[in-house]
Design a protein around this ligand. Structure first.
Ligand SMILES: Nc1ncnc2c1ncn2[C@@H]1O[C@H](COP(=O)(O)OP(=O)(O)O)[C@@H](O)[C@H]1O
Ligand SMILES: [Mg+2]
Length: 266
């Protein structure tokens, strides 16, 4: 790295390995980077300008992407990232991603990562990891989605469910309090996300169950990393209350399923 490189703080997977150099971001390339770059360029051609433009791959296994100016919320998430307007902007940005993506043929043989993939499969390339640290904000609104490392084919509803987990958030109040401003009304915010995305009535009826399914997949993702001895995930699990927190979140989701359905449909 040259002297002008600036380390970018964000997620856990590539912590300490993402750098900005002027107009470029350099980060470890995901295994399927060639196919992902083709997809990102196709999204751009279909009018979606809110994802990083791929610039190249280096011989030492890194990828170069265009840097997107703006602010990224890191935990504990600030109030500005959890306003109603912020949530609405995330919903409409996800819808724009999906509309552009629907027009792009996905290379099913590209070896998309299965880590957070929709177990039911699908034809849309879902982002799968629309957490606050993967959304760039400008003027209090979501301006771009970054970090497509875990993108994989699935149902659009799966991506809505994953996004709801992080942005509502779909967690019991005690778990949410560790990272989110207090007083966020989960059923009301789930409805705001569904409305801003433009979710169909049929998908609304399914969403609470799909969020539960997505939570199971996220738990398995963490379990696999912990089983591998990944230090970042071991530490995060211990600090955040271990598997008990996951049990609590899953119980809370099941207990409030009818409340979420009513808020989404009435
Ligand atoms: N193209 C980009 N434009 C602007 N900021 C970026 C870009 N890519 C990454 N970042 C910043 O770097 C952080 C970490 O990058 P990310 O690709 O999300 O890594 P990780 O895989 O560890 O989550 C992000 O949270 C964001 O703050
Ligand atoms: Mg990230």
């Amino acid at each position: 790295m040259t002297a002008e490189s600036e380390a970018l703080a964000g997620g856990m997977v590539n912590a300490g390995a993402v750098f900005r150099r002027g107009a470029l971001v350099e980060r470890p390339a995901p295994r399927n980077a060639p196919a992902l770059h083709v997809h990102l360029l196709a999204l751009k051609e279909h009018g979606f300008d809110a994802a990083p433009t791929p610039v190249g791959l280096t011989e030492d296994g890194r990828e170069q992407l265009a840097f997107i100016p703006g602010a990224v919320a890191l935990p504990p998430f600030p109030d500005w990232a959890m306003t109603k307007a912020a949530l609405e902007s995330v919903g409409s940005l996800l819808r724009r991603l999906h509309e552009a993506g629907a027009a792009v043929e996905v290379d099913a043989g590209a070896g998309w990562p299965l880590d957070l993939a929709d177990p039911e499969g699908g034809t849309l390339l879902c982002h799968n990891d629309v957490c606050p640290d993967n959304v760039v904000f400008r003027d209090g609104r979501a301006a771009a989605l970054i970090d497509f490392d875990l993108a994989a084919p699935g149902r659009p509803l799966w991506d809505v469910a994953m996004t709801a987990r992080y942005w509502v958030p779909m967690a019991d109040p005690a778990s949410a309090a560790a990272f989110y401003p207090s007083g966020l009304d989960a059923p009301a915010r789930l409805r705001i996300l569904a409305d801003s995305y433009g979710l169909s009535p049929r998908d609304r009826a399914e969403l609470p169950r799909v969020i539960e399914q997505a939570t199971e997949v996220c738990r398995s993702f963490v379990a696999a990393r912990v089983a591998d001895g990944d230090p970042a995930y071991l530490q995060a699990l211990a600090e955040r209350g271990g598997w008990e927190r996951w049990d609590r979140m899953q119980t809370w989701l099941a207990d409030h399923r009818a409340t979420f359905t009513a808020s989404l449909l009435n």
